[in-house]
Write a protein that binds this ligand. Sequence first.
Ligand code: ZN
Length: 603
Amino acid sequence: MSTFAVKSLLAAAGLSVSAMALASATLVQDVRVFDGKAVHERRSVLFDGAVVIDADFRGPVPPGARIVKGAGRTLLPGLIDAHTHAFKGFDLPVLFGVTTQIDMFTAVPIMQEAKRSMAAGQHAGRADLFSAGILATAPNGHGTQYGVPIPTLSRPSEAQAFVDARIAEGSDFIKIVLEGGGHGTAKMNSLDIETATALIEAAHQRGKLAVVHVSTELDARAALDAGADALVHLFLGGAPDATAVDSLARLAKRKNAFVIPTFTVLESMAGVPGDDLLGDADLAALVERDGAVTLKARYGQAARPQLLATPKAVTAAMSKAGVPILAGTDAGNSGTLYGISMHRELAALVEAGLTPTAALAAATSAPAAAFKLGKRGCIAKGCKADLLLVEGDPTRDIKATRRIVEVWKDGQSAGTLRDAKRQQVALEKSGSKRQDLPADGRISQFSAAKLGSPFGSGWMPSTDQFAGGKSTVKLDVLPALPDGQVPLAVQASVAPGLPFAWSSVAFMPGAQPMQSVDLSAAKVVRFKVRGDGKTYQVMLMGAANGRPSSVPFVAGTEWAEISVPLAAFAGIEPTAVAMLAFSAGPQPGEYRFELADVRLLAE
Ligand SMILES: [Zn+2]
């Protein structure tokens, strides 16, 4: 029996909670409380174990309870990020007060492991996860480009089986993608509206919500007309038409839908910085270098802030029409980071016209209600003790959510986790330095014994197999050339199947493979190559999410020296490079080239 259950029995027997010793209880005294919907000045909140015992506690301090001063501070329910992709950074959300993530697509084993540990009560250090699991998309559609092989569908007749398979895997709801590409991105296959409609009906058939990814007004209307429970993005656009905006808001209201605008990722796509989370010393003290790179990255090459006019206008109109607005960051994408980005999303919702209180509801009670998450996103008796204590009053100044005093998840303070992360970040900063390059720049030390390098973890095969592909590669050390350099023969077999198939030999600059290193001392990669006359790629992978950046070269039949400036790798931050590869693909086929004398040079 839980301590809470024991206390409920005692309370039922007429014994007051205050008379008992509450060894693990915490009392936040004299604090402003935002309970998920409304503000209450000067209350005391008692919680114990994983639940709130009393949200307006008036008795004497229970013996053994820890007392936390609340004067001048605000206690909020732990924040709920209603749109994330929880495939890494699992330690981050709680550090920033995000205690629940609603995931819109992750790998099934990650979802299942989170559920297991939540059910076992072992999830206090991590945000709880509610997940769509695998999203519903067309073959080669949006969602298939991330290196995780996923089932797809293309016909209404496949919808029920698809939905049932997701539910069997543990999906809490169904996420459907309508995405034909746009805003400078490549054209993509999209589900047709008949299949999307069938998926929505199939989800409803099983009592599950069906939420839809859209990136255009047309798709947003189509999704709502088809009975979608939610739009999980709004869409970019300049010069919004007031009539169209109002009619879309009325349509959403009429259909009882809710909306997750995801301003954080829209700002990334529009190439604008949002506001400067890392300029805030308290927040930045918890962000490691790789995270900072991800957060600062933008999908949009040029800043086009005018494109945010439409999502702002639609958000304001929907809020006015009474459509529930949910705060979601789309963390997992470039320009976002788990946990911390929620503080940008909240401010963006206020900039779009929500009151600070409405924005806070969008991150607490609204997602709890919309996704039927039970007693969370609230501060009341019996609510989950996922709590965030901040300095000041975020119900007046939304940016006060960034002044975090303490976070509790399942009633347990995240103070030690926050301290440990602060130390880790400080250590990384003091120890962080540019990787020195060898005097001659040479990073290939191939021998029969090993594929060595003067720093990092050496050279190794890298293919699309980890993403479910079937490409293979064979590496052979050849006899030394007249200049003493030992070439490596790369025999690559690129298999069809993945749109981004590859087969390569890769240099790993970090002490661990795929650990990023500051390679900003290098300006050029130079190498000798010969081969079968086919086109290959030099591929650079950064620490940020997203795809590697490639520069093509031809391996002619005679040895040739090729130089590629690192600046040619679009979107890769030279201070955080995780891999340098020489790669065959994406066209399927048999390839062979020889590589020697690879150097990273300062000019
Ligand atoms: Zn997303």
